[in-house]
Write a protein that binds this ligand. Structure first.
Ligand SMILES: [Zn+2]
Length: 499
C-alpha cells in the first residue's frame, strides 16, 4: 500500500510564477499596507487592491473572495487570515486545506501563491505550514471506490518576486511536503478496513515499507510469540483466524550514536470488544483501533524520508480482537512476557495487554534510551480531554515536558495525567497479580496508564500517549494521522545529534 499521491506539488521560481489563479493570503487586521497591495497589484492588474477597497480582506479567518484577474492570471483568490494576532501555524494549515479543496473543486491545474502576506505573520516557517496544510487537506481515501472521483493535480508556484526561491529553501517546503505525505500514509493505513488489514497483511505492508525505505524489518509470528511467552499478545489475538504477530522495524540514522528511541504502537486491526462485546452502533469505526501502530509506521516513513539523524526501533504488536470458541474470556488469568499474571476483567481492555508485552520486549531486547507508546487506549481519555489533546502519562518529567513542547509546536497537543500510586488499588488483583481493568469507571484513562506502568522499569524514561480522542475526527469517519508530526518535531529538537 504505497504512500497516496498528493494532488499538490510546489515549485519556487525567482520570477513570479504564472498560473490560472493567484492565491493571495492576507491578514485582515491591521489592514494590509499600501506598499504590499501595490506590489501584488502589479502582478494581477490591480485586482487585489480593488477587492480590498470594496469589501475589505474579510474579518473571518479562511474567508475567500475571488475575482477576475488580468496580466498572467485568469482569477485572483483573496484569502483572509483573520486578525494578525490570531494567526498560528495550525490556522494557516487549516486555511490552506480549504484553499486546496477549492482549487481541486474548480479543476485548477496551476496556481501561484503570493507569499508576502504569509512571511509577514509571526508564524515560524509559514510557507511550509501552508504547503503542509494543502497536502494534508488533499488527502482522499478512494482506493475502494469503483468509480473514484477523479482527483486533479495542481502545481503551486511560490510567487514572491525575488524572495521565493530563498523562502522555499529556507523554509524547507519540500520537507514539509514529505512530512505531510508521511502523515497521509499513516492515515491511509488507518482507513483500511479489518478485512484488508489483519495482522498478517499488516506485517506484509511493514516489509514493503522496509524495502521502500531501506529499514530492517523483523516479524515475530505465533510460534515466536509462544517462545517469548508473550501471553498478552497471544491471548488478545487467539480468537481470530488471522493470528497475532509483533512487527519490528529498525531505522539507524545516527550509526555512531548509542542512543535509540523505541516507538511502540497498538495495532488492534479490528476490535469487537471480544466477549466484552461492544454495542453495535459505531462498531465499524473500530477499524481505527490500529491508529497508534499506524502512527508509528508513519513516523518511520517520515524518519527515512527526511533522513533524521537518530536511531529508532518501531514495535507494532498486531492482533484482531475477535469473538470465537478460541477467544480469551473475562475471568481468564494469563501470564505476560514479564512474568506478571493478569486477570481479564474486560476482554475489551485488550490494547494494554499487547502493548505491555511489546514494552517488555523493548526493554529486554532493545535497551532503548527512551520509550514512547501510542494507542487508542480508552474512551475515558475522550471523556476527559475531548479531541483537542491526547492524554500523556509516563515516568519521566523531562521526556513529558519535551513532548508537551513539541505538542504545542506541531499543533498535536498533549495534556498530562498523573500516575500516582494511589491509583494502583484500582488494578490490584484478586486471584492474580493485577487485573486489566478496574471494576469501577473512575479514572479510566489513568487506569490504562497504571496498567502499562506495571511493565516499565523506572530507569527507562517512558511516555504513554492515549490518542483515542485525537486519532479520529468527531464523526469517527476519518483518521487524522495524529502523532507523526508531533514525534518528528520531538526527534528533531531533542534527539537528533545526541550521542
Ligand atoms: Zn478494546
Amino acid at each position: 500500500m504505497p504512500t497516496p499521491a498528493t494532488p499538490f506539488s510546489f515549485s519556487t521560481a525567482t520570477r513570479p510564477a504564472k498560473g490560472e489563479v493567484l492565491i493571495v493570503p492576507l491578514a485582515a487586521d491591521p489592514p494590509p499596507a499600501m506598499q504590499l497591495l501595490r506590489r501584488v497589484d502589479q502582478e494581477c492588474g490591480g485586482a487585489v487592491g480593488n477587492l480590498v477597497r470594496v469589501a475589505g480582506v474579510g474579518a473571518e479567518a479562511g474567508q475567500m473572495q475571488h475575482t477576475a484577474g488580468t496580466a498572467g492570471y485568469r482569477r485572483v483568490l483573496l484569502v483572509s487570515l483573520g486578525p494578525a494576532a490570531g494567526i498560528t501555524a495550525a490556522l494557516l494549515r487549516r486555511i490552506a486545506g480549504s484553499v486546496g479543496d477549492w482549487l481541486l473543486q474548480q479543476g485548477v491545474e496551476r496556481a501561484a501563491l503570493w507569499i508576502d502576506g504569509l512571511v509577514k505573520t509571526q508564524v515560524e516557517r509559514p510557507v511550509a505550514a501552508w504547503a503542509d496544510g494543502m497536502v494534508l487537506g488533499g488527502f482522499r481515501f478512494n482506493r475502494h471506490k469503483s468509480a473514484a472521483p477523479a482527483v486533479g493535480r495542481c502545481r503551486i508556484g511560490l510567487a514572491a518576486g525575488e524572495a521565493a526561491r530563498k523562502v522555499g529553501r529556507a523554509e524547507r517546503v519540500s520537507e514539509a511536503v514529505a512530512l505531510a505525505q508521511s502523515v497521509n500514509y499513516a492515515r491511509s493505513l488507518c482507513h483500511e478496513p479489518g478485512n484488508i488489514i489483519q495482522p498478517s497483511s499488516l506485517a506484509k505492508e511493514a516489509r514493503r515499507l522496509a524495502r521502500e525505505w531501506k529499514l530492517k524489518c523483523t516479524v515475530f509470528g505465533p510460534a515466536d510469540l509462544k517462545k517469548m511467552k508473550m501471553g498478552g499478545l497471544i491471548a488478545v489475538g487467539q480468537g481470530a483466524a488471522d493470528k497475532p504477530c509483533l512487527i519490528r522495524l529498525d531505522y539507524r540514522g545516527a550509526p555512531r550514536s548509542r542512543q535509540s528511541t523505541a516507538l511502540i504502537g497498538k495495532a488492534v486491526t479490528f476490535d469487537t470488544g471480544g466477549y466484552s462485546l461492544k454495542p453495535k452502533d459505531g462498531l465499524e469505526s473500530m477499524k481505527f483501533d490500529k491508529c497508534g501502530g499506524m502512527a508509528v509506521l508513519g513516523i518511520m516513513h517520515a524518519a527515512a524520508a527526511l533522513k533524521l539523524r537518530c536511531n529508532l526501533t518501531a514495535l507494532v504488536p498486531a492482533a484482531e480482537n475477535a469473538v470465537s470458541g478460541e477467544a480469551y474470556r473475562p475471568g481468564d488469568i494469563i501470564t505476560m512476557m514479564s512474568g506478571k499474571t493478569v486477570e481479564i476483567i474486560s476482554a475489551d481492555a485488550e490494547g494494554r495487554l499487547i502493548l505491555a508485552d511489546a514494552l517488555t520486549y523493548a526493554q529486554k531486547h532493545c535497551k532503548p534510551t527512551r520509550m514512547i507508546n501510542f494507542a487508542t487506549l480508552t474512551g475515558g481519555v475522550v471523556i476527559s480531554l475531548g479531541r483537542a489533546a491526547a492524554g500523556l502519562m509516563g515516568n519521566n518529567d523531562e521526556l513529558a515536558a519535551d513532548l508537551e513542547e513539541s505538542g504545542r509546536r506541531s499543533g498535536e497537543r498533549l495534556w498530562r495525567l498523573p500516575l500516582w500510586d494511589e491509583y494502583r488499588d484500582l488494578i490490584r488483583g484478586n486471584d492474580s497479580d493485577i487485573r486489566n481493568s478496574a471494576t469501577r469507571r473512575e479514572a479510566h484513562a489513568i487506569v490504562g496508564g497504571m496498567f502499562l506502568k506495571e511493565f516499565v522499569d523506572a530507569s527507562t524514561p517512558w511516555a504513554h500517549l492515549d490518542i483515542a480522542g485525537t486519532a479520529i475526527n468527531e464523526s469517527k469517519t476519518a483518521a487524522t494521522g495524529y502523532g507523526v508530526r508531533l514525534i518528528v518535531d520531538y526527534l528533531r529538537r531533542h534527539v537528533e545529534g545526541r550521542r
